[in-house]
Design a protein around this ligand. Sequence first.
Ligand code: ADP
Ligand code: ZN
Ligand code: ZN
Length: 724
Amino acid sequence: MKFAKVVIDEDAKAIDKEFEYKFEDEADVKLGERVFVPFGTRVLQGFVVGISDKSTYDETKIKSIISTVDGFPVIKKEMLCLMDYMVEKLHLKRASILRLFLPSEMRTGKVKELIVRYCSLKENFEYPSKNAKKQLDIVKYLQEKGREKFSVLSQEFGYSSLSSLVKKGTILISREEEKRQIDYDKISGEKKNLTPLQIRAVETISKSKTYLLHGVTGSGKTEVYMNLIDKALKNGKTALMLVPEISLTPQVLANFKARFGEAVALIHSGLSSGERFDEWRRIFFGEARVVVGARSAIFTPLENIGIIIIDEEHEQSYISESNPRYDTHDIALFRRKFNDSILVLGSATPSIDSYAKALDGEYTLVEMPVRVNGMEMPKIMIVNMMEELRHGNSEIFSIPLLAELGNVVERKKQAMIFINRRGFSSFQRCRECGYVAKCRDCDVSLVYHRYENKLKCHYCGKRYKALDICPSCGSHNIKQGAVGTERVVEELKKFFPDVTIFRMDNDTTSTKGAHRSILSQFREVKPAILVGTQMIAKGHDFEDVVLVGIIDADQSLYQADYRSIERTFQLITQVSGRAGRSKDQGKVILQTYSPRHYVYRFAQNYDFKGFFKKEANLRKVTNFPPYTRVLRILFSYEDENVVAKEIKVCYNKVQKVKEKYPDDFVYLDVMKSPLNRIKTKYRYQILMRFKLEKADEIEKEIYECVDEKCKSSVFYEINPNNLS
Ligand code: ADP
Ligand code: ZN
Ligand code: ZN
């Protein structure tokens, strides 16, 4: 008799533990296997996360495992360790973690292997009669080819002829599994001769530790990644490369397929569930040795990892903001350690957090400060939109932008217009002097809540009257909200009726393959203008794009978040990097209502280091990460009275912790969440910031403050991206 620790595959707090079941030795249940177990009066699925010879309870009371689900362990050892780590470090529920490790298709059992029917001739078969011409053709075909798919023959020669041959027994059918093929553009993947900077990077990145690769846009980071992956494969290892979902362009995939062929597996949300299922299994069984994918690919069951790469490491999309909440960096660091492999964080604009770690020596900094083609970075021209307004132009486009667009059209080149829009929160701004309302306590911009007509601080929850008159200059000309892509396209058409204009945003890319189709169409047309959101900001390499226009650059600057300035810098640099990637020097027109903000000065000069210094200093002075830790505990429940009561109990305990560490806490408060009610659930949160020295210790005590048995769902987040 043996005993298994089983995590029940139900996302419920009450049963988030390891239950014991027994099985006979012969039943041969393995660690990491999925099993059916009796649970109360039901039969549920669970994961075996531990096996031992002894039980911790009365053996006779322990129930038996009913059967296994897959017949092999679907969760490998490393992932079981990762689960323990995520439970301990991120306070997530076991089942919700384990679910990350499997394609959901597998759990629901909705997708199966793709089975294909093959036809072949029976030995000593009888020839069809001379009149059955089609049947003779089929036989002849199979004599030549040996075998063929049923579907192909049926299409070629007709279903009825084929099926009568099958009925007569002339043709035998065999069933085989076939992996679904993912569509990609085929290009030649010839190796490039590396530049001296690229060679140095590839040579430097060689030890099993973490590197921060800071390379300007167009410095050829992708080529460096591919050479590093090559090295890993040659050493008999595997490679995992993560890219942000939106920059997982057809181009990236085509490049990797061309270089590494069948060894590449792809994981992203655009795959059909069947494709995802097949790719996952190719990875699981070791057929795929290079995985390219978006965030969730960090959980793929790749073994013997030699290198993990996170491209555009500063991207927000690496943080999962819905349950289960996690930061891909943490998972990558865990897997790096477990596999004793290399981790590369690459970006033209590293996050303040990662760069600070590089300066501290925690990561090793590798720099590529110039473009491969030796071209200068595109010139960024800052246009003061208030100036435009004073001269009577209240349109979306400034005069300089229109003039440059005209220029592009005349030269039969291409332009991109980037609209900085994210989320539905917006700030209020004076159109005369550029004033933006900020919180008195938090130094972040206030968010306008239309329904209540109030301004609110998303950090501390404080509310302010909405502006109707500007406190700075007395003007009534107050504006809120932002223009959308649709509106920009309409306006552009008025000025350039004969030019092809493409639009790329959430609306136009919701269908499968739309993303790819828009980009490949754009590539073919000159002159042309591509209007888009964040989606066009990165990863694309179009030779003929010589102009980039940025509308409303301020939109991300005034989001209620201590990282909003950092994000604005990153966006401008990334978008600008789309211009002038080939022979022609690129140009960028940046439209803003806050032309004197320091972020634009640094961005204009491509001065990342200068920006880092200024921004890091500000964070230090104002006690924000990476110099403190932000912790949010979010409670949500249908009954508002219950959430309010339960969070109060927790808050009182947290206050006790604060009393114990009076010098470490720099902030603590409890409040309604800015998005107070989502999907019928009321949301309240405790926000705190504390210094780093004793952060781990404090964090542990904070987690103890939450009553396990409370009715509310409770989420923890460290340094959250978004406080709504
Ligand atoms: P990054 O990711 O750093 O912005 P990319 O990897 O997209 O830069 O490279 C920019 C361009 O330079 C691409 O078109 C790429 O094919 C090309 N490139 C990269 N390395 C070389 C090289 N060694 N020789 C010639 N072209 C290169
Ligand atoms: Zn505030
Ligand atoms: Zn004003």
